[in-house]
Design a protein around this ligand. Sequence first.
Ligand code: SAM
Length: 282
Amino acid sequence: MNLYDYNTIKRVLAKHGFTFSKALGQNFLIDADVCPQMADSLNADENTGVIEVGPGIGVLTKELCRVAGKVVAIELDKRLFPVLDETLSACDNLEIISGDVMKIDLKKLIEEKFSDCTSVKVCANLPYYITSPVIMTLLESELPIDQIVVMVQKEAGERLCAEVGTRDAGAVTIAVHYYAESEILFGVGRESFMPSPKVDSVVIRLSLRKEKKFEVKDRKKFFTVVKCAFSQRRKTALNSISNTMGADKNKIGSVFSDLGIEANTRAEKLTMEDFIHIAERI
Ligand code: SAM
């Protein structure tokens, strides 16, 4: 069955009475080049386990089953299960789990499903309404995964993969940089989806660091300072931190001056080391 063919998809979905849910970010890929490229970029083999978030009608899932030893796909919309039964009946290394990726205990899932795998990766065309929460959960939970290859909205991808200290950087950039190496692999136009969204997308790859690159004594405090510094982007980092953390502006001012950081510096201009040193002294 050609799952990229518009008429085939329409026929299969109509047979199961399926209609797209905007709320669940259901824009299905219909570009035959994208899924193979995403799957191949994982460099997976028969010892690799892959978690997919949101298989939809299974276009990417099929490719993941081709490159990996085992695939576990988590789908929230139960209406897609009979569709997936039909489209992926030939995939014998696949398990589909019903649930919300934000609520499932992924650590337990990995222990239970991938104990015989030497590497576990995550690959998905993410529903846009939960892009950042999913990525942050994957990073912060310190799961035994080594790579995340996901399609996200173009602007979100540019933010996630921005260089720290540049205009595109945000709090999420610092978090990604702390946990992983990031890169934009390729762009995907809006016409590659059914229904077509109002925005373009990019596929990004996050390679999780095996060794820590940055020595952060109090991670919670570090990320609080980062979030506060970026929370008022038009203000200086100093003002933003003192306003949102409720900290004394003079004290934070002297921390900045001790560190040789200009008082009028905006958060986007601060380096990882600046954030680490500020958090240590506040
Ligand atoms: N992988 C398919 C593709 O590329 O054509 C579908 C991608 S579509 C952008 C997002 C998918 O995620 C949909 O199947 C949707 O039902 C599912 N989804 C939405 N929210 C979810 C959640 N919280 N947990 C798991 N799956 C979710």
